[in-house]
Design a protein around this ligand. Structure first.
Ligand SMILES: [Zn+2]
Length: 411
């Protein structure tokens, strides 16, 4: 088993050790040491990174650290450096201090926040996740109001401001059971490692923690959402909270400047824009209907033969318009067939006929698409198809529509 130096001091970043084993594992190279300050991913906290320094000044990056079932800790280095290491060798380890401090702030912040939810609302934390950007806890509860999470956030931050001591204690399992821990680990052999936030929270944990709550800096709840096992609370602590608040502020400032508004007025301004956009959409649809009506009258005025077959291409219009137009051309008549195309590049075709006529538009469109390399279908009265950009040129489309029209008008 690897001696875990971080159990006793979360702020130990540099240490000396000896290599116990050195071997390849799944395309990477793993090192086991007799003792380490590197934290492996476990209990929701993510692994440390850093480097190994050799006596001759060479350096190898520690890319990931993982826990083994048997209690050993694996340090992964690049396979290129595999030959540098051998059992018995002395190395110096250096943990990336910035990343560790960030993890310490998030992780201890989680202890405080989880304890606040228990104290105020008796909502136990059932899982914890620390990501590279955000952290979450899942609370066992059916609902959590904004007022509730803000109250928990306030209590947690007051505990931060009080700078309460955080002590590490090792006690036998039996003794721990009598102490009323917030959380007991699922499996345990030997003594339990207890993290004691003075007069606020006591729980068993193998992670890294601050010496006093003031080092957490602050705890910021960002959002909550319903999940299968309860309510998920997203939060960030310490310098990460400052960084995310800065990011939010920058985005809000830019949005406010685009709307020439104060950022506190953004929701109101966005609602106004949504209303305007909805009204503009409605007005545009009404205009398109009028245009289609007018266009249909013009096309029918020049139509001859029986049935009256009209063909047209509209490179600057879309599927919505030609469907509207097809409807205006065929509805309320008994002898009109409309063969329409729209789009420039990516092309749409709509074939339609007046109710009760004998041709089948679905089949006619399928045949046309087979020739053009597109796809589509529909009913006997209305069919729609499309083809990818560049599949057919405008001249070929116009020619094809005329050919189909001629066929439909044959006696
Ligand atoms: Zn912990």
């Amino acid at each position: 088993m690897t001696d875990r130096l971080y159990y006793h001091d979360s702020f130990l970043y540099d240490f000396d050790a000896h290599i116990v084993a050195s071997f390849a594992r799944e395309g990477r190279h793993a090192l086991v040491l007799d003792r380490t300050a590197f934290y492996p991913t476990s209990g929701g906290q993510i692994f440390d990174t850093g480097k190994f320094l050799l006596p001759d000044q060479r350096e190898a990056r520690v890319e990931e650290v993982a826990d083994e079932e048997d209690g050993r800790i694996l340090h992964f280095v690049s396979p290129e450096h595999a030959a540098w290491f051998a059992p018995g060798m002395a190395v110096r380890g250096a943990v990336d201090a910035g990343r560790r401090l960030d993890h310490i702030q998030q992780h201890t912040g989680q202890h405080v926040l989880s304890a606040a939810f228990i104290r105020l609302f008796d909502m136990p934390t059932v899982s914890f996740h620390m990501g590279d950007e955000i952290c979450t806890i899942d609370l066992e509860t059916n609902s959590l109001s904004a007022a509730q999470f803000q109250q928990a956030e306030r209590l947690a931050n007051s505990v931060v401001a009080e700078d309460r001591g955080v002590a590490i204690r090792f006690v036998p399992l039996e003794e721990a059971r009598q102490l009323g821990l917030r959380k007991l680990p699922p499996r345990q052999t030997g003594d339990l490692r207890l993290i004691d936030i003075r007069d606020f929270d006591l729980c068993a944990c193998g992670g890294t923690h601050v010496r006093a709550t003031g080092q957490i800096g602050c705890i910021l709840v960002r959002k909550t959402e319903k999940v299968k096992q309860g309510m998920r609370v997203e939060f960030v602590c310490g310098l990460r909270a400052v960084a995310t608040a800065r990011q939010d502020f920058t985005a809000l400032t830019e949005a406010a400047s685009l709307l020439s508004a104060h950022m506190h007025e953004l929701p109101q301004q966005i609602r106004k824009l949504q209303d305007e956009s909805k009204a503009a959409g409605k007005a545009q649809h009404k205009l398109l209907e009028e245009l289609a009506e007018y266009q249909a009258e013009r096309m029918l005025a020049g139509a001859v033969g029986s049935p009256r077959v009209v063909t047209a291409s509209f490179p600057e219009r879309d599927a919505v318009f030609i469907k509207l137009l097809a409807q205006k051309l065929t509805a309320g008549k008994n002898d009109v067939v409309a063969l329409l195309a729209a789009g420039d590049g990516q092309l749409t075709m709509v074939f339609a006929q007046s109710p009760g006529m004998k041709s089948n538009m679905g089949q006619t469109l399928k045949d046309a698409m087979a020739q053009l390399g597109g796809r589509g279908g529909g009913s006997a009265e209305l069919a729609q198809g499309g083809m990818p950009a560049g599949a057919a040129n405008p001249d070929r489309i116009a020619m094809l529509l005329k050919e189909i029209a001629a066929k439909l008008q044959q006696p």
